[in-house]
Write a protein that binds this ligand. Structure first.
Ligand SMILES: Cc1cn([C@H]2C[C@H](O)[C@@H](COP(=O)(O)OP(=O)(O)OP(=O)(O)O)O2)c(=O)[nH]c1=O
Length: 192
């Protein structure tokens, strides 16, 4: 039986990453209250949030596979999600300045019969950032819809000294691991 992929996400980055590997999908965004998840461990938090988003997405028939995900930044035992305002974004970037942090993405794959949750970690190191650099970056508006208040894929790329691990995991979906798992449902990138 071949399955239809349903992306349970409104993140433009996740949509782009699936398009990049030519996987056909439809979008169905769940209504979730993310504030109900309080885990202090980033790996647990992204698992729980991906699970919540996946389970709250309606399965319309047995041929559908739901893919949901969540990304957080973890630095010095603190978890950074999307900043609520400029002050919070400034605070996050000040704490990330000159240091290493982890980006965790959790994703869930769910059908009517099975569900599984996976996680992936990428380490990112930032250059030391001056107050002016942080303010100039904030003025681009980039930080506000992104965990940790930056996007590695845009102008935020110049904040990054190095990364260890999957780049796409930082952008919101570890696409090669996702594709590997979707093969079980005969969902294949078109070039295969
Ligand atoms: C660290 C980092 C995060 N991000 C993004 C990926 C995610 O979209 C976002 C983290 O927020 P999420 O809550 O994981 O996702 P979302 O609210 O954008 O979308 P949805 O819940 O509908 O799936 O941060 C980047 O785009 N680049 C980066 O470098």
């Amino acid at each position: 039986m071949s399955f239809q992929l349903v992306l349970a996400s409104s993140s433009p980055r996740r949509q782009e990453l699936l398009k990049q590997v030519n996987i056909p999908f439809i979008i169905r965004k769940p209504e979730v209250d993310e504030s109900s998840i309080h885990s202090v461990l980033p790996e647990e938090k992204v698992k729980q949030l991906a699970r919540l988003k996946g389970r709250e997405t309606v399965l319309k028939d047995e041929k559908e596979v739901i893919l949901s995900a969540d990304t957080v930044v973890s630095c010095n035992k603190q978890i950074f999600e999307k900043p609520n305002d400029t002050d919070e974004a400034h605070h996050m970037l000040s704490l990330l300045s000159g240091k290493r942090h982890e980006v965790w993405t959790g994703f869930m794959i769910r059908t009517g019969k099975h569900e599984e949750v996976f996680t992936q970690k990428t380490e990112v190191e930032f250059w030391p950032l001056s107050k002016e650099e942080i303010e100039s970056y904030l003025s681009t508006g980039e930080p506000f819809d992104k965990a940790g208040a930056y996007g590695i894929q845009g102008p935020g790329s110049i904040l990054v000294k190095r990364i260890i691990g999957d780049y796409y995991n930082v952008v919101g979906l570890p696409i090669s691991l996702v594709v590997k798992e979707l093969r079980k449902y005969d969902i294949l990138p078109v070039f295969q």
